[in-house]
Design a protein around this ligand. Sequence first.
Ligand SMILES: NC(=O)c1ccc[n+]([C@@H]2O[C@H](COP(=O)([O-])OP(=O)(O)OC[C@H]3O[C@@H](n4cnc5c(N)ncnc54)[C@H](O)[C@@H]3O)[C@@H](O)[C@H]2O)c1
Length: 248
Amino acid sequence: MPTAVVTGAARGIGLATAQTLYSAGWRVALTDVDPLVEERAAALGQGAQGWEADVASAPDWERVVAEAREALGPVGGLVLNALATDITPLHEMTPESWQRQLEVNLTGAFHGVRACLPDLRRAEGPGAARPGGVVIVSSVHAHFGLPDVPGYAASKAGQAGLARQLAAQYGPQVRVNCVTPGPIRTAQWDRVDEERRRRSAAQTALDRLGEPEEVAQVIAFLLSERASYMTGATVAVDGGWSITKDST
Ligand SMILES: NC(=O)c1ccc[n+]([C@@H]2O[C@H](COP(=O)([O-])OP(=O)(O)OC[C@H]3O[C@@H](n4cnc5c(N)ncnc54)[C@H](O)[C@@H]3O)[C@@H](O)[C@H]2O)c1
C-alpha cells in the first residue's frame, strides 16, 4: 500500500483516520502543529511516522512530503483535515483571525495538493481501480448558515468547491472527494456546554453526536479502491443533521 498523509492527526477525526488507514494496511504520515503527533504515530507502529508541521506553510509541506516519501514511500493518499476556527461574529472578528482561518483551512489545502500532486498522479494509472486520491474534510457549515463562524463557514464552503474543481482537473489520474461531518465528539466540543451538546445531538436524525471513527471509516472508504467510481462527491457524515428539521 502507498503512503497516506493525514493533517491535524494528533487527535480527533485526523487521529481516527490515521488509525483506520493504518489498520487497512496504509503507511501513514501524520502531521500536526502539535508535537504530540510524533507520539501518536509511534503508538501506531512501524510504517507510521509523525511530523510537526503547519498546513499553512509551503516549506513545511515540502519538507514533510520529501521526508515521508523517503521514510515511508510515495504518497498515494492525502487527507486534508486540520482546521482553524474562531467563534466570533464578523463585526467583531479581526482581519488577522479571518486571514488565519482561510490560510489553514483553504490555502493549507492548496499547499498540500501542490506538494503531493506529483506522487498522487504517479500513484494511479488512468481508470485504475486502485486505492488513493484526496479527501478534504469540510463541514456541514459549507452548506448551512449558523451564527458566529464566518471564517470557518466561508473556508469550509471553499473546500467543497475546491474538491470538485480538483476532481475535474486531475481526473482520471486522481480522485478527489469531500466529507461534510455534522456534530462529531472531538476536542472541538470540549468548550461547548452540556445543554448545547444535547441540542446538537437532538438536531440529528440519529439523536446523538457522531464519533471520530465514524467519519474516519468514510474517509478510508473514499481512499480505497472500493470507491473507484467516486470523485468530486461531497459526502455528508452527519447523522442526518442536514436532512431533518424540528417542526415543533
Ligand atoms: N468535530 C466536529 O464536530 C466537526 C464537524 C464538522 C467538521 N469537522 C472538521 O473535521 C476536521 C477535524 O476536526 P476535529 O473536530 O477532529 O478537530 P480537533 O480539534 O480534534 O483536531 C484538529 C487538529 O488539527 C490540528 N491543527 C490545527 N491547526 C493546524 C495547522 N495549522 N496545521 C496542522 N495541524 C493543525 C490541531 O492541533 C488538532 O490536533 C476539521 O477540518 C473540522 O472542520 C469537525
